[in-house]
Write a protein that binds this ligand. Sequence first.
Ligand SMILES: Cc1cc2nc3c(=O)[nH]c(=O)nc-3n(C[C@H](O)[C@H](O)[C@H](O)COP(=O)(O)OP(=O)(O)OC[C@H]3O[C@@H](n4cnc5c(N)ncnc54)[C@H](O)[C@@H]3O)c2cc1C
Length: 496
Amino acid sequence: MKYDVIVIGGGASGLMAAYSAASHAAAAGNPLRVCVLEKMPRPGRKIMITGKGRCNFTNVKDWSAFSAHIRAGAQFVRPAWRSFPPERVIEFFESAGMPTVVERGDRAFPASYHSTDVVDTLVRECLGVGVIIQTEAEVAGVEISRLASLARNDRAEAAGAGEGSSDLENAILPKHFCNGSESPSPAGAASSNFTIHLSDGTTHNAKKLIIATGGLSYPGTGSTGDGFTWAKAIGHTVTPLFPSLTALVPKGYKTEASAAQFKHHIPRETPLSEYGTQLCGVSLKNIGVNLLIQGTVTDEEFGDIDFTDGGIEGPIGFQLSRKAVKAMVNGSKVAMTLDLKPGVPLTDLTVRIKELWEEIGRDRRSQHMREKERCRVLLGKLLPRELIPGFISAHPEIITLERRGRADTKVWVNLVSIAKALKEWRFDLEGFVGWERAVVTAGGVSTDEIVPKTMASRLVPGLCFCGEALDLDADTGGYNLQLAFCTGWLAGQSVV
Ligand SMILES: Cc1cc2nc3c(=O)[nH]c(=O)nc-3n(C[C@H](O)[C@H](O)[C@H](O)COP(=O)(O)OP(=O)(O)OC[C@H]3O[C@@H](n4cnc5c(N)ncnc54)[C@H](O)[C@@H]3O)c2cc1C
């Protein structure tokens, strides 16, 4: 089939790119044939699982507050964000019949809190402007015709970079389809610049190509990083890829035998140790969290974390995960400390703990209790109950045993140690949960090689990238989908 525009990937960015291309072309009185090729049986599989099925589809902060949450590519993405800011994303969905709500933290959701509404709306809008969505259409290779490669060579030579052109002449790509010399499209004569090979052996041709294949995270949704392979083969730089917004695994949290098999990447299904089992399921609110890299505090945050079957997650855990993962991958020692009483200085906390201990001692109900039991009562006044077993396991120093004779032992509860442990509970990190459960992919097609105002490749005319395939990522809170939507919107507009 021949198309004017082919979009590879029917995720958030690809669907928006296709809608944008088709609607801008129609508005200009020059309708185009636009096709989305999606390998999964249904488009938007990843959108379905976003926001725990509720889909936090954008964040309505203004640019200065929004951009503070972008971890890579903030300056690059600014023109795209301005071309399709959060208010316009909301307007798009509302005018398409999907009511929205904005919650705490400026996070926007469909009013139904069903992510299916977001996918259905996108698909309906695409079909409404004539976009063809072909599912179960796995792209296996992308071939750039002579027309495009010559144009690129001319540009490269004009820029004095002629030696690099041979890469492009064979600008064919992965999964081992022909190369340019085997199957050239006659320069100037071809009506298509791109030949797209599907894994079922069929091909499509297009004048313009948008690669919207996402990253590597949650491969079960179809995002398996295929676009990175093609981008590299074309000559684009792909910056180092690593999971972001993922669970961080403390030492001793998973069974040692299984954790030791993996260097840093510890699959989520690795069994929990006894310590991990004690902590898993506990959520901590309004605590202080410090990240230490090579012993130096690099980040100080305040907020909530969750202990899960993966490790440490939750808003603050995720927020720190990007830096932590990158540091671990680079071979640094990484640790986290939790301050469970962030509002109280250590000295005041120590005094308060001593007072509580005396109160417990005076309480008739504790008269017959052993020291260890009294210690639990004390901890119950300081911590959520479900955290106590894990806290005691992590801090054996809070209870010491003094041997006074053969059969005479005395148990001491170290109140100062309890105060210190509450202020600085340390977790040395040994790894992280990988692509199988990371929310986003950090790294991607280098934004230095993409024109920010169009999302067009600086290397290959007619080619655009958008969404998570680019070296762009942000915190949780609707930022990542906003980046996918606005880069998709701009890519679609610019190919027209
Ligand atoms: C569990 C989870 C929760 C999240 N929650 C939120 C949230 O609430 N808010 C938020 O802003 N962000 C959230 N995100 C992040 C957000 O979903 C992504 O950043 C966004 O979906 C990226 O969109 P994309 O279009 O670039 O890529 P994707 O959504 O990954 O889409 C890429 C598409 O390309 C297709 N594809 C890949 N290779 C091929 C090929 N060879 N041939 C054909 N098709 C191909 C894939 O099947 C896929 O459909 C979440 C992510 C996860 C994993």
